[in-house]
Design a protein around this ligand. Structure first.
Ligand code: CO
Length: 134
């Protein structure tokens, strides 16, 4: 069911410092910061030959990233995103198998304008999983 690794998201306490680290120290191609108020994050995209890394920083009062950074003040891997062909079919299969889809269980439009859903980390080896319709 899952296809390519679309991105790995890393929550960072300092977006400029994170961007510098990836651009200057690791020598990667790094975007300008992109505020996504409807998702409560500002992101920097790091483009690698085979996938992307997203640096996430909280934006606004009830950002989903803020709590994560409270628990992980120096930042950390926040989620991993796999591509699927058909998000509704994926959701149906996951519900059938008893996996918990976060929120109301319905796919939402994600940070890239495509339908996504998030799966409970406790059902997936302790990692928050995002599925994105490719
Ligand atoms: Co993501």
């Amino acid at each position: 069911m899952i296809g390519k690794l679309n991105h790995l998201a890393i929550a960072v306490p300092d977006l400029a410092a994170g961007a510098r680290l990836y651009r200057d120290t690791l020598g990667a191609q790094v975007s300008e910061p992109l505020p996504l108020p409807e998702h409560g994050v500002t992101t920097v995209f790091v483009t690698l030959p085979n996938t992307q890394i997203e640096l996430l920083h909280p934006l606004g009062a009830d950002s989903p990233i803020a709590k994560f950074l409270e628990k992980n003040p120096s930042g950390g891997i926040h989620h991993i995103c796999y591509e699927v062909q058909d998000i509704q079919a994926a959701a149906q299969r996951l519900r059938r198998d008893g996996a918990r889809i976060l929120g109301d269980g319905e796919p939402k439009i994600g940070a890239h304008g495509k339908p996504v859903l998030f799966l409970h980390p406790k059902d997936f080896c302790g990692a928050l999983v995002e599925l994105e319709q490719a």
